[in-house]
Structure formats: C-alpha cells, structure tokens
Design a binder for this molecule. Structure first.
Ligand SMILES: CC(C)(COP(=O)(O)OP(=O)(O)OC[C@H]1O[C@@H](n2cnc3c(N)ncnc32)[C@H](O)[C@@H]1OP(=O)(O)O)[C@@H](O)C(=O)NCCC(=O)NCCS
Length: 156
C-alpha cells in the first residue's frame, strides 16, 4: 500500500471508495433512508473541487485507490477518512489518518477536529482522539445524521 497526494483525475475513484464505504461500513449504524440520502449527495465533481481546495491523499494497492483522507487546513478539520470495505483492517485507515495529522503538524497546527460517523468513533479514540459532543450532520433540509465531534492535540 502506498500513499500519494490526490490528483483531480482521482475524483471518480475517490467517489467510488466513499460511496462503497458509506454503504457497507456505515450500514447498521444509520437507517437505510439516511444511507440512501447520504450516498445520493456524493457526486464525483465535488471531489475535484475538494482536491483543489483541501489537502487530499489517496491510498493505492496494486495501482487501485482503496482509501482516501481529506484535511481542511483552514478549518483545522479532518473532513474524511474512508477505506474500501474489502481493504479494511489492514492499516490503511491508520496510515491515512497519521498522514493527515503529520501534514497538519507540518503546517504549524496544534489541534485538529473532526465529526466522526458513529461507526468510526472507536477507530479515532484508539488513535488519541477525544470525543467532545454528539452533533447532527445535516444532509438535506429533512435529514440530519448523528456524528461525534472529536478533537486531538497534536504533539510538537
Ligand atoms: C474507520 C476506517 C477509516 C478504518 O479504516 P481501516 O483501514 O480499517 O483502519 P485500520 O486497519 O488502520 O484499523 C482498523 C481497526 O479495526 C481493527 N480490525 C481488525 N480487523 C478488522 C476488519 N476485518 N475490518 C475492519 N477493522 C478491523 C483493526 O485492528 C483496528 O483496530 P484498532 O482501532 O484497535 O487499532 C474504515 O473502517 C472506514 O472507512 N469506515 C467507514 C468510513 C468512516 O466512517 N470514516 C470516518 C468518517 S469521519
């Protein structure tokens, strides 16, 4: 597995990872309706904008994108860490998260925040993140999903 900065041409692959990951890994924690609305909001073009605006990294295995991580330096926030369902449990998510934290540190940030989906709270907690509060992440005017606001002080 290798990590590299995302290119705009990775947008469709990143979209595929995000969609498959939400569908498989968040199911069980959210209702079918929430997952359907969540996935419908994901569009490949938005990733091109995110790749330009944020710090995005992809994990590749045998030339295929199997995970991605997104960091918004301005908002000091980890926006996303997603791994393909059949690539989980092999350290990809840990590597992506460590990379984003190192990038933030190298830009002089001392603290990061994120809104973890309920299924991912333990993953972050095991990596030094502290749960601060339950929040609602609005998907549409009618649907908002539960998430956990978490933060982490970055070691110098
Ligand atoms: C959360 C997520 C990013 C973790 O990615 P990952 O590549 O599985 O992460 P790692 O392999 O580094 O670590 C997974 C943990 O699960 C454990 N694990 C063991 N076998 C596993 C398996 N078959 N599948 C998943 N996790 C497994 C690992 O040992 C590790 O445990 P630890 O936290 O005690 O160290 C991934 O599950 C995911 O994409 N989830 C859905 C997306 C999501 O909710 N992202 C967060 C949005 S804020």
């Amino acid at each position: 597995m290798t990590l590299r900065p995302a290119l705009e041409s990775d947008a469709p692959a990143v979209w595929r990872v995000h969609t498959a990951s939400v569908q498989a890994l968040c199911a069980g924690w959210y209702s079918e309706q929430e997952i359907t609305v969540w996935i419908a909001r994901l569009v490949a073009d938005a990733y091109r904008r995110a790749i330009r605006a944020h710090s995005m990294v992809v994990a590749e295995r045998d030339g295929d994108v199997v995970g991605f991580g997104e960091l918004d330096l301005e908002r000091r926030e980890v926006v996303a860490v997603y791994v393909l369902p059949d690539a989980t449990g092999a350290g990809v998510g840990s590597a992506l998260l460590a990379h984003l934290e190192a990038t933030a540190r190298s830009h002089g940030l001392e603290r990061l925040t994120l809104c973890a989906s309920l299924n991912a709270e333990t993953f972050y907690a095991h990596r030094g993140w502290r749960a601060a509060a339950r929040e609602k992440h609005r998907l549409t005017s009618a649907v908002a999903v539960d998430c956990v606001r978490m933060d982490k002080a970055l070691a110098a």
